[in-house]
Design a protein around this ligand. Structure first.
Ligand code: NDP
Length: 383
């Protein structure tokens, strides 16, 4: 048993503090008495300044440089340092004042700061899955070199992490990645579904991009590739199961026929807390499910005809190289277009499929190649 107060001595930086995961992380940190070193946002300066003052952060960073003057004004007299621009995200992720970081930026924008925290040997609690999809092999290799512990926050990966504790990959037969199925699980014709319908997730409350990803099952697709790098298991041994109740957060099936699952309420504060306090489970704000009140736990195979994103993920993983980066960037662009009312729900699948069809498979990739491929596909899709 380790000292269960170790986590209180690691000052925390939250990258993406103003979002859904960022806000939940602040609640957990307050509950646990974890000091905050830095908070970051993209452009919501008022919210960022209010959060930084409330938790007495040392630094607040706004990624959009045009918001710097406003952040500085809002923080004047508070003693909190204001910084701006993408490079400042890397700076706080690496700063000696930070012991742990929670990556809660949405999308590829979190890649370089995630890598900066890993290279600096911080405890890196990963919610921001897109960088893992793009560069998971490089991130895991950098963590092995720096000694950075990587703790998954995504509820599925946090569950798998818990099921695997004390076991070796060679004991695993397959990973069973569960997902609610999203709002369109039972809708046959997806051609006319609206943004408002897509934004109504049946079990989880999350930011808009991941909510749309849950409706297309692209979230599960990204998670297959995320799990592949986090746990060193080939994608063919990662199987998606639809579980509409969102109580079983994922399972690991072992070679002797035994299956371990992690269960809990659909509340991100549980995996966030465990990432922060690992290896301890300490008292938190969320109660365990009341099993006597649960009617049933059901599981079904996903429909990959209606939701082709799943086969795209396996294809991108097989292709390797920059294919997962291209899949992710095309999806980010397509989701933004759908949210802005410029395209239909089914256009998301078409955009990603077309982008993947242009990729040359394979090849060793550097972080520079990945950043270039990401920028290139975005520029092409923006035309
Ligand atoms: P939100 O959209 O709610 O929040 C995103 C955060 O990122 C905000 O703080 C936002 O700042 C910041 N941000 C956006 N764009 C940029 C940028 N270009 N540069 C720097 N910061 C930026 O997202 P979620 O909290 O829902 O998701 C965050 C990540 O966690 C995603 O990768 C998601 O897949 C993952 N995740 C989320 C879960 C959830 O329950 N929400 C569950 C599991 C994983 P601002 O507010 O100023 O725009």
């Amino acid at each position: 048993m380790t000292d269960d107060r170790g986590y209180r001595t690691r000052a925390l930086t939250i990258l993406g503090a103003t979002g859904s995961i960022g806000i939940s992380t602040l609640q957990v940190a307050e509950h646990l008495g974890i000091p905050i070193y830095a908070l970051t946002a993209h452009s919501k300066v008022e919210q960022l300044a209010a959060q930084a003052k409330a938790c007495r952060a040392a630094v607040a960073v706004v990624a959009d440089p045009s918001c710097y003057a406003e952040l500085k004004r809002l923080l004047s007299g508070s003693g909190i340092r204001a910084l701006a621009g993408p490079a400042a995200l890397n700076e706080v992720a690496q700063d000696p004042g930070t012991g742990a970081i929670v990556t809660a930026i949405v999308g590829a924008a979190g890649l370089e700061a995630t890598m900066a925290g890993v290279q600096a040997g911080k405890r890196v609690c990963i919610a921001n899955k897109e960088p893992m999809v793009m560069a998971g092999d490089l991130i895991i290799a950098a963590a092995a070199e720096s000694g950075s512990p990587i703790l998954p926050i995504d509820s599925e990966h946090n569950a798998i992490f818990q099921c695997l504790e004390g076991h070796h990959q060679s004991e695993v037969s397959e990973i069973l990645l569960t997902g609610s199925g999203g709002p369109f699980r039972t809708i046959r014709d997806l051609s006319a579904v609206t943004r408002e319908q897509a934004l109504k997730h049946p079990t989880w409350s999350m930011g808009p991009k991941i909510t749309i990803d849950s409706a297309t099952l692209m979230n599960k697709s990204l998670e297959i590739i995320e799990a592949r790098w986090l746990f060193g298991i080939e994608p063919e041994r990662i199987r998606v199961l639809i579980h509409p109740q969102s109580v079983v957060h994922s399972m690991v099936s072992f070679r002797d026929g035994s299956v371990l699952a992690q269960l809990g309420r659909p509340d991100m504060r549980v995996p966030i807390q465990y990432a922060l306090t690992w290896p301890e489970h300490v008292p938190g704000p969320v109660k365990a499910p009341d099993f006597a009140q649960l009617a049933a736990l059901t599981f079904e195979t996903p429909d990959s005809e209606r939701f082709p994103s799943l086969r795209m993920a396996y294809a991108a993983a097989r292709m390797g190289g920059v294919a997962p980066t291209v899949m992710n960037a095309a999806n980010e662009m397509a989701v933004a277009a759908f949210l802005a009312g410029r395209s239909t729900f089914l256009d998301i699948f078409r955009t990603v499929e077309h982008a993947l069809s242009q990729v040359v498979a394979g090849g060793q990739t550097t972080l520079g190649d990945i950043i270039a491929a990401d920028a290139d596909i975005r520029a092409r899709l923006a035309r």
